[in-house]
Design a protein around this ligand. Structure first.
Ligand code: NAD
Length: 697
């Protein structure tokens, strides 16, 4: 006999003596105040009801509780808090079972950990992802997870915000049973009936210490974890505080551990990083909002992809599509270049499989989706062709003219150019409306960002499907306008130009790079040039030894690919400062009668970061970026601008725009017109506005 009762968000259905509390709060069943209140009230009533012998917590829609309600972050917590709900569940005199589908994340997993048993569908995923927002799981997650999965696994999950699949959850004791995706409720009911019939004990996680024993006996595990991950955690506050919270799970009794967790949470939210990381999180969700682009367009089918050029970028670009099962044809000019390109791709996949990142079968399937050719006619049936050949307008125009004649009507032709004018490239075809930029970042199979470059001729029918395809291959596609270097390269170019100028005043490449990596970038401009190749846009015929780069390239120091550039590289591509580069720079300055001077950290920051902010203001003024937060998404995901600073625009607001303006005025007086403060910057300072809030939409 089934009985039911419902209030707005949480409904109760009785299956005999098993109560099912089902939450339906779209889109992701966040644990908002209203959901918490209704769950709390219903649970209290069920606990007092002697005819109910077990309770199942389940969710409607696409997911289990996917976390706390992010809209409530930063506001003072209102009872019943998630921790109070968790205490009620864990103290229940009858078993409470979490039935998980979709995601159990953050507060959602903390709630599930307070249940006595957990059952999940095959496709479910669990994780404590708070660290990615600069905080920690503050509803007992740092105390309960290590008690279930052990300290090593808990540190890995909590400090990286990792989500793990149901199989891995079961292998680590995080779920007790797995159900087929389409029969979670039935499986949970069977599970509950068995518990009741066998009178199984209430497994209260807070009472367990068995999985903490290993760390109790070997407390060095925490220090080892810190040391092993120091580079990944550089600059971030939250991972260290999360480690301390897990340490408390081992060193303190449960209730004291909870108090420590709360104390550490309070300490974290008092700092600036959570707000910056939460801003970055929301900025990435804004990129979809594109003025004038209908959201209800029929999706375009992409069933065959072509890539022209199997070099550094072409190979990585091709992998993105092969990895999701789309057939890719790679066009090259010689068999040798093709074999080399395909060989690099194959080795990438094989190495990923040997490291366990993908299975052997996945690697072989992806390799099987790639095909090389020397004949452009083999691209005829492609729905999208992406060109990634040398950065040379004449070469690109020639290829686009030939692609236009060969590739079927209706197909989109994209260029991966770093700086060139996409409209001019499009002018070589009879379908300029279907020619766009798809600017990937190196390594293209790994870096998340793609700038989708729109020209005035492109219709929504071309742009919208490309943005959707970008998402399908796991990227963050940001729509930008056509203009020199688009958004990202135009802005980062300021850093590069100032870095080069600093060499001519007495700095060494590694001095500049060190200051910028200390600032939080993963790489400085010189290490980045070495990685991309110093010879992008350089040719031996035109080189006249007029710049340090010319001289380095002429000496075949073209970057990592030739084993030397600004730096020397060993067989593992580890960089060391190069005495030869130092001599080249010294000789260059001597020849020009320049006396090198000492350049300090502060000056390097002023010269490299502030002109980027100024340039970004111009990008916004000109409408090349839709909104300031898009620039932040680009700088964080394409160039490694520290996410914990929110992004370049958010950082500028934190520093204070008056200070930014004052520095630009100083640089203008020292270096001239190129440093002239942007009109937008001046306007915002005079009006007291915020840069990161600017939008052209
Ligand atoms: P690369 O020199 O590694 O590769 C270019 C490849 O194109 C070579 O293998 C070459 O044989 C092939 N090629 C040349 N002409 C061709 C033709 N007519 N038909 C077919 N193949 C041809 O260069 P890359 O670094 O991969 O750069 C490619 C493009 O991507 C450039 O426009 C560059 O500006 C852009 N890009 C590069 C980076 C980077 O970091 N390397 C990042 C973003 C964008």
């Amino acid at each position: 006999m089934t009985q039911s009762a419902s209030n707005e968000l949480v409904s109760l259905i009785l299956h005999g003596d098993i109560a099912v509390l089902s939450t339906d709060s779209p889109p992701v069943n966040a644990l908002s105040l209203a959901v918490r209140q209704q769950l709390y009230t219903q649970l209290q009533q069920l606990m007092a009801d002697n005819s109910v012998h077990a309770v199942i917590l389940i969710c409607e829609g696409r997911t289990f509780f996917a976390g706390a309600d992010i809209k409530e972050l930063g506001a003072p917590p209102v009872s019943p808090k998630i921790s109070e709900l968790n205490a009620l569940i864990e103290d229940s005199p009858k078993p409470v079972i979490a039935a998980i589908h979709g995601n159990a994340l953050g507060g959602g997993l903390e709630l599930a950990l307070s249940c006595h048993y957990r059952i999940a569908t095959q496709s479910a995923r669990c994780g404590l992802t708070e660290v990615t927002l600069g905080i920690l799981p503050g509803a007992g997650g740092t105390q309960r997870l290590p008690r279930v999965v052990g300290v090593a696994k808990a540190l890995d999950m909590i400090c990286f915000g990792k989500r793990i699949g149901a199989q891995e959850c079961q292998a680590n004791g995080l779920v007790d049973a797995i159900a087929a995706d389409d029969s979670l409720l039935d499986a949970a009911l069977d599970f509950a009936r068995t518990l009741v019939a066998e009178d199984r004990p209430l497994l209260r996680v807070r009472e367990r210490r068995d999985h903490l024993r290993e760390a109790e006996e070997n407390p060095a595990v925490f220090q080892q974890f810190r040391t092993a991950n120091a580079k990944k955690f550089k600059g971030l506050v939250a991972p260290e505080i999360n480690i301390q919270a897990v340490e408390a799970a081992v060193s303190l009794p449960f209730d004291e551990g909870l108090k420590k967790e709360k104390e550490l949470y309070t300490q974290l939210v008092a700092g600036p990083q959570p707000a910056a990381l939460q801003y970055a999180f929301f900025a990435e969700r804004q990129i979809d909002k594109i003025p004038g682009l209908p959201t209800d367009m029929a999706p375009k089918e992409f069933s065959k992809i072509g890539v022209v050029g199997a070099g550094t970028m072409g190979g990585g670009i091709a992998m993105n599509f092969a990895s999701i099962g789309l057939p890719v044809t790679l066009l090259e000019t010689s068999q040798e270049a093709l074999d080399r390109g395909l060989g690099v791709i194959r080795r990438h996949y094989e190495s990923s499989a040997s490291k366990g990142r993908i299975s052997d079968a996945q690697a072989q399937a992806a390799i099987g989706h790639l095909r090389g050719t020397l004949d452009i006619a083999d691209l005829a049936e492609c729905d999208l062709v992406i060109e990634a050949v040398f950065e040379n307008m004449a070469v690109k125009k020639d290829i686009f003219a030939r692609l236009d004649k060969t590739v079927k009507a209706g197909a989109i032709l994209a260029t991966n150019t770093s700086f060139l004018d996409v409209e001019e490239i499009a002018s070589a075809t009879r379908r300029p409306d279907a020619v766009v930029g798809m600017h990937f970042f190196s390594p293209a199979n790994i870096m998340k960002l793609v700038e989708v470059v729109r020209t005035p001729q492109n219709s929504p029918q071309v742009i919208a499907p490309l943005l959707a395809l970008g998402k399908r291959i796991g990227k963050i596609p940001v729509l930008v306008g056509n203009g020199y270097g688009f958004v990202g390269n135009r802005i980062i170019n300021q850093r590069k130009l100032q870095g080069q100028a600093l060499l001519l005043e007495g700095a060494m490449p590694w001095d500049v790079d060190r200051v910028l990596t200390d600032f939080g970038f993963p790489m400085g401009p010189f290490a980045m040039s070495d990685m991309a190749g110093l010879d992008i846009g350089w040719s031996v015929e035109q080189s006249r030894g007029e710049t340090i780069r010319d001289i380095l390239c002429e000496q075949d120091r073209r970057g990592q690919k030739t084993g030397a550039g600004y730096y020397d590289y060993d067989a593992n591509r580890r960089a060391t400062p190069s005495p030869l580069t130092e001599k080249i720079i010294g000789d260059f300055l001597a020849e020009k009668n320049i006396k090198p001077r000492q350049i300090g950290t502060e000056e390097i920051i002023e010269r490299c970061i502030y002109p980027m902010i100024n340039e970004a203001c111009k990008v916004l003024e000109e409408g090349v970026a839709i909104r300031a937060s898009d620039i932040d998404v680009i700088m964080v995901n394409g160039y490694g601008f520290p996410r914990y600073c929110g992004g370049l625009m958010y950082f500028a607001d934190q520093v204070g725009l008056s200070k930014v303006l004052a520095i630009m005025q100083k640089l203008e007086s020292e270096l001239g017109e190129t440093m002239k403060p942007a009109a937008l910057l001046e306007k915002l300072v005079s009006e007291g506005g915020k840069l990161h809030k600017i939008t052209n939409g």
